[in-house]
Design a protein around this ligand. Structure first.
Ligand code: GDP
Length: 527
């Protein structure tokens, strides 16, 4: 097969949602279609329950699950589908943001009862940053949710994107009868409680099908006809190009738990979603079809087995063909590496792969060479862009409690932050360490892992900062003066870029207007 054919076959995406909207359930149903699992319940949620975090064994168990479910690949309809898993818990949002840089599109699950929730909005903002194409799946239609038209308005308003329904529900809750496929103009009738792939379903062809009334009742048939007319009129034709450019989001309805509306979603997804796309680097745009291999690391899992200091780096292949046992260029370190046991994530078999193609994710065993954001190429010097660090929101000072173990602590905190669990900032040539995270849960995890994996005990003391801003200026003198004057609130990030800790949004705004020569950035990615 040619490289182009391999690319055409692949789809790489993430399913994202506010916790409990149904991401895990939907993932599981999609895998059922792929035949890679046979029963419901086979996909483990990677959810971290706040109440369970005092039980650190739970964290360990979750880490295992989270590796197992990080990438799930399966075949369906002649395509290879790679689903990248994202943690729903907001304290791990950064992990999700980074994973979103490695996908070509996204399926966003929304609970029809709760509508657009807080985490949904934040995730959507990240998709908007890169114009990632988004499909919305409105879930739990078997429950007494909002009216579909109201949901459409809410999606448009809160997610700041145009929507275009491609299926439409016939009633909801107890009276949910099915979803009308607006593209194929047909309707499969809903029968609750189906957990496996359904074969014998009642199909109604078109709105004029004489059995429609008999099957769904005349009232619902009438409402459906009116709704479809309204939807077709109000939303116009589905603009495929606008979807690919991230300007319009197709919407599907269903019930993941009952495996309803999922087939419509999957098949339409396969026909409209983008192929593995090229990406920007610091030198030029690299296209998937280029024959030279390149890719980047978007996730790292360290010390799964504390006896071996192994790490697994997740590499997204962006162009060309990745080959086992062939030297590739590690651009940041300027050295050549080869991997003898790269593996794939086919849910049915976890295999060593000889080759991987654009869109694929391979797991690489690493002894400490790789960091999140690292680029591997066939030799050319460029770095993939678009894996920013985001400003943390919770800050604590790290204090070593065991002077005999300061080396271990240094190493541990460095490795754990390389894994992306938190960001490390230093002051005073490293004598003061400040750890910043998106949520407080990571501090528990870090403390536990430092002790268990590195034998280092530490304490975290809260700091009264709300934001970390990367600071730059076109005037080096002004930057230096600002840093000297504000010394106690300045630190360096892992790449030695200066960062200012703001105590509040208000203070940040004040500083901005007071220091026009200084620029404050809330992500580390700036030109
Ligand atoms: P996640 O946190 O987004 O991964 O959500 P889960 O997939 O774990 O689902 C959260 C809860 O919603 C679970 O109890 C599911 O059984 C339930 N759920 C998922 N899909 C549906 C659905 O279509 N209908 C109903 N009634 N419940 C659902």
């Amino acid at each position: 097969m040619t490289l182009q054919e391999e690319i055409d076959k692949r789809r790489t995406f993430a399913i994202i949602s506010h916790p409990d909207a149904g991401k895990t359930t939907l993932t599981e149903k999609l895998l059922l279609y792929g035949g890679s699992i046979r029963e419901a319940g086979a996909v483990k949620s990677n959810k971290i329950d706040r109440s369970a975090t005092s039980d650190f064994m739970e964290i360990e168990r979750q880490r295992g699950i989270s590796v197992a479910t990080s990438v799930m690949s399966f075949e369906y309809g002649g395509k290879i589908i790679n689903i990248l898993d994202t943690p729903g818990h907001k304290d791990f949002a950064e992990d999700t943001y980074r994973t979103l840089t490695a996908v070509d599109s996204v399926i966003l699950v929304v609970d029809s009862v709760k509508g657009v929730e807080e985490q949904t909005e934040r995730l959507m903002e990240v998709c908007r940053m890169r114009d990632t194409p988004v499909i919305v799946f409105v879930n739990k239609l078997d429950r007494e949710g909002r009216l579909p038209l109201d949901l459409m308005d809410e999606l448009e308003e809160k997610l700041n994107i145009r929507v275009r329904p491609l299926t439409w529900p016939v009633n909801r809750g107890d009276r949910f009868k099915g979803v009308f496929n607006l593209v194929e103009q047909n309707l499969y009738l809903f029968r609750p409680g189906k957990s496996t792939v359904e074969e014998e379903r009642v199909l109604i062809q078109g709105l004029d099908d004489p059995t429609l009334e008999a099957q769904v009742g005349s009232e619902d048939a009438q409402v459906l006809r009116e709704d479809v007319e309204l939807v077709e009129g109000a939303y116009g034709d589905f603009d495929h190009q606008a979807y690919l450019e991230g300007r319009v989001a197709p919407v599907f309805f269903g019930s993941a738990l009952n495996n309803f509306g999922v087939r419509e979603l999957l098949e339409t997804f396969l026909s409209i979603s983008p192929l593995p796309q090229g990406r920007e680097t610091d030198q030029r745009r690299v296209e998937a079809e280029e024959s030279d291999f390149s890719g980047f690391v978007f996730k790292i899992h360290a010390n799964l087995d504390p006896r071996h200091r192994d790490r697994i780096a997740f590499l997204r292949v962006c162009s060309g063909v990745f080959e086992r046992n062939t030297f590739v260029r590690h651009v940041r370190l300027g050295k050549n590496l080869r991997f003898s046991n790269p593996y794939s994530f086919m849910a049915s078999r976890k295999n060593v792969v000889d080759q991987a193609f654009p869109g694929d994710v391979v797991g690489l065993y690493d002894r400490g060479d790789l960091k999140i954001g690292d680029t591997l190429t066939a030799g050319e010097q460029f770095m993939y862009q678009g894996i920013p660090s985001f400003s943390p929101e919770v800050f604590r000072e790290l204090t070593n409690l065991d002077p005999m173990k300061s080396k271990q602590l240094e190493k541990g905190i460095r490795q754990l932050t390389e894994e992306g669990l938190a960001q490390l900032f230093i002051q005073d040539q490293g004598r003061r360490k400040i750890v910043g995270t998106v949520g407080s849960l990571q501090f528990d995890v870090i403390q536990y892992r430092l002790l268990n994996e590195y034998g280092a005990s530490c304490r975290f003391d809260p700091l009264n900062f709300a934001r970390a801003c990367w600071i730059t200026s076109e005037d080096p003198g002004a930057l230096r003066a600002f840093m000297e004057f504000r010394g106690s609130q300045i630190a360096l990030d892992r790449d030695e870029n200066p960062v200012y800790f703001a105590e509040s949004e208000w203070q940040l705004n004040y500083l901005r207007s007071d220091n026009p020569k200084i620029e404050f950035h809330l992500t580390s990615e700036f030109k």
